[in-house]
Design a protein around this ligand. Structure first.
Ligand SMILES: [Zn+2]
Length: 146
């Protein structure tokens, strides 16, 4: 399995070390096909319309390294110092992760305790992904090779 507690802990470790003592913190971690874990976080900016997701930096780094993303997790600090909640990837990040196919694993929170999580494949998070209607496209999606 590509998504495991080690990957979740990598995201939490970054959030804790980058934002020590702050009420708000968040970060993401990706596992690549060679086992490498990339982490990233996003700056808080005055204009909410231009905010980035925590995953964005790691997704760009994976592309720079020309490695396939196998798994992704995003966390944010829970209220009242109750640990970290796992966040499912937003729709934009799902689209970014689809570059690597529908079998990318993402962490989704348990509905009764957001600190707990389980892994789902993108195909199960978004079974009606828009690109499936194009018959010339391959499912799973495969980016064109040079
Ligand atoms: Zn996102």
């Amino acid at each position: 399995m590509s998504l495991d507690q080690e990957l979740v802990d990598a995201a939490i470790d970054l959030a804790r070390t980058r934002f020590p003592g702050q009420d708000w913190s968040g970060a993401a971690a990706l596992r690549l096909d060679d086992g490498t874990i990339l982490t990233s976080t996003a700056p808080d900016v005055p204009n909410n319309a231009v905010r980035l997701c925590h995953e964005t930096g790691a997704i760009c780094e994976a592309f720079k390294l020309d490695r396939k993303v196998m798994a992704s997790v995003c966390v944010t600090a829970a209220d009242n110092d109750r640990g970290y909640w796992v966040l499912a990837p937003c729709g934009v990040c799902q689209e970014r992760l689809f570059r690597y196919g529908p079998d990318v694993e993402v962490a989704v929170p348990d509905p009764t305790d957001h600190r707990r999580w389980h892994a789902l494949r993108l195909r199960d998070v978004q079974p009606h992904w828009f690109a499936r209607v194009f018959p010339e496209d391959v499912w799973p999606y495969a980016p064109e090779q040079p």
